[in-house]
Design a protein around this ligand. Sequence first.
Ligand code: SF4
Length: 943
Amino acid sequence: MTLPIFALAVSSSPDPLPSRPLPLPALHASHGGNWLRQANSETGAVSKGEAIMAAADTPVLLLNAPLVANRLGYPDLSGLDLLELFAFVHPAHFCVPTPRGLAQALDMKEPDGDEAVPEFLQNAAGALIAAVEDPEWFERAGAWSALQTLERLRWPWAQALKPHVARPEKAEKWLFSALPEWEEAGERAPPRQVELPPADVLAQLDHLTGEGSEKREGQRDYARDAARIFAPRSKAEAPHIALAQAGTGIGKTLGYLAPASLWAAGSGGTVWVSTFTKNLQRQLRAESRRAWPLKRPDGTPPVVVRKGRENYLCLLNLEDALQGGFQGRPAILAQLVARWAAFTRDGDMIGGDLPGWLGTLFRKRGIAALTDQRGECIYAGCPHYRKCFIERAGRDSAQADLVIANHALVMVNAARGRDHAQRPTRLVFDEGHHVFEAADSTFAATLSGQEAIELRRWIMGPERKNRGRRRGLSARLADVASYDEQGGEAIETACEAGKALPSEGWLGRLAEGDPCGPLETLLAHARQTVYARDESGGAEAGYGIETEASGLPGEIIEAAGAAAAALAAIRTPLIQLGGRLEAIMADPPDWLDGQGRARIDGARHSLSWRVDLLSAWGALLERLGGPADPEFVDWLAVDRSDAREFDVGIHRRWLDPMKPFARTVLEPSHGVMLTSATLTDRIEDEGKAWDAAIARSGAAHVESSPMLTNAVSPFDYASRAEVLIVTDIKRGDLPGLAGAYARLIEASQGGVLGLFTAIRRLRAVHGRIADRLAREGLPLYAQHVDPIDTGTLVDIFRDDPRASLLGTDALRDGVDVPGRSLRCVVLEAVPWPRPDILHKARRAANGGSAYDDRIIRARLAQAFGRLIRGREDQGHFVALSSAFPSRLLTAFPKGATVRRVTLDEALHRIENGLIGETTGPGSLPQDAQIAGPLGDSIPDGFA
Ligand code: SF4
């Protein structure tokens, strides 16, 4: 694409010039239509064909090209995307990727409707170009040099920007020399044992909530109870365990941060708070400012957000990408990421300050390739080791008062962390209802094609050219191999044995019945068995399919034996190599400096992780054909998406994953709290409400009795929320379902979160109603449809009170949108658990249908919890289910009115904002059945 050369006037004055619209055509496409504005003329509506032709003829200004392409049904669309320009001009800045969001980020007036968007894009482009002329432009460092490269890469914006980015007087530092180095700190002493008197905890809570703020009794009780986990432990392997049900709005975050900050100050130790969602991590980071400053006097941060290493930018991967590892569009992405890397807070690419939309603009897995996905880090052997974001986060967290992490990281660290001294001993699991599923995946064993090929790459390195720096064992430990003969032999043997693992193209060979090597042969048999036994109908429908690992044919048992022998042949030299590395560390040669030691230490750690993985696979294979182990559930599966196979494997899960959780996380800890708004079961018999919470906490497997706390939500649900069970939409009636969604969104004028249990239905509903709603100025976004990551979709939804959002599980309890933007939650059906093999085994072991009911009530409570986030929030929760069992209604909070109504009645109540007992003027004759307020007895006959 050739861009006409033009330039805005360059200012020589210190004040920025007022911006002028960029004189280029601009295109906007929504579900409501398409609008084109030529450089200096009027905006006009155009057909999809005309829009595509215009974009092909001349470069057009666009916002979010993949989304526009999706709306036009033309995947090859390209142009001058303002989001790319924004990422260059203001890297590491937040921007919701919509016209409204961009207007807010640039402090401009937002366009009034779709038709005004093209003119806005011209103005916004002008404003961004004017920003780079501002002498005070904060992100100037490195911009000129980056632009030279971007011009060579034919980045469409380069020509537009070039006349406006002044050449620096002194040569700019290269990113990798400009980044600061982390400081090595001495080992931290173990924490002092301290008591937290309740009066001190309350005084600290008052301090955090602010002088003169309202004293909330529920929050004060909660803080006092949370403080008990910080008391000195009286017996080894018997931590203080607290389970705290915390109703929405009690202020649980400050409730536990009060004792946590007090304990950290008094003991000199670190408290870890673990969350399930990135959203809560963000919130915690903000709330922690009340207790801790941004930096200590020595410049170190007292609060650190810690994630898995695969979240952070790997500078070595970025360097490779900048130096030719990435070509074409991905090379442009690498340049924009390098701009961001110079200004980022902590290098976190997933949910940090890198805009979530940046990766999707480039449509490939570019972002993932810039992180350390495969544990290929070469530690001190890396030229950027002293600046590495991952190493910095690890060091900072060892010295921090508060570490904000996630459940998976806490468990992985506990199970195979490098440094025992750094393991958390005082832990708060917020969103504690997710601990069970996080433990379930952490302690699972999966021998699949994808997992095995990852191991092959880790051992043998790239087997094709142009795979960047990805290197195998022999390259990573070349110095060890040349110094230590036995170590060198072990590496060679492991590489030779690694050839037994699946290689590129394995899925195709399996499908053609032509597997190569013992592992592929095993997987081919597994695949064949799964297809042969499938009775779910999933094979025809395109879903993933599975079968129990019992009664397996002889060939698969035989293949498992050969595969186990091949895995053992890899494991043995890896163990030997680990031994050699230990010997080198014990008696280090002269050439081994501090950095070399750190690298060998890193290699030892990643070796032991792979040895453990191989052992777990060996155990899994040994079990095939043998007697069933009641502790585990084993099955074979073919994973598919839209009828395309993407993995084949053998799976093993603990029947109760809280057993290994108790051993690896609880026992070594001194104090652990699990807290959540949906920790307990919502049943009539309150005495039994804790049973499942205790079972799902792992507390039953350690020698301590959990302390139980229940802080009731202060919200007045009776006047703020109403549950409407719509009884006249038949199951399976897709047009009826789509029509109901459209009418509910219209009645509510947007602000609807639509939750689905099946992606297929979500897509079908979206396809039927998005255009109709857009014409009424009600934008509809959807997971699995819009090419936008989930976090950004929620940002868009939060930002626009007329927008609605459709999604699946991840949105059921990952959305925190207080205020008017979310005023109606619509559930398409009762969220029954999927009856897969694992579920069936746990169901049988945990009380049958009562187990299902517990899961559904928890899901309903989580979905309902999206609705009322603040004291002023109000709205409707709609379930489109003619057969909604009464026994599940306790899922909703006490006080909330539940009505069984027709769709028309529901629309009437939503349109008129009728909640609870209110009928209001002009209401329908009230023949709707009222099933609550909950807490009173629920009338019979609603099942
Ligand atoms: S130390 Fe490891 S993770 Fe960090 S930049 Fe180097 S290779 Fe990447």
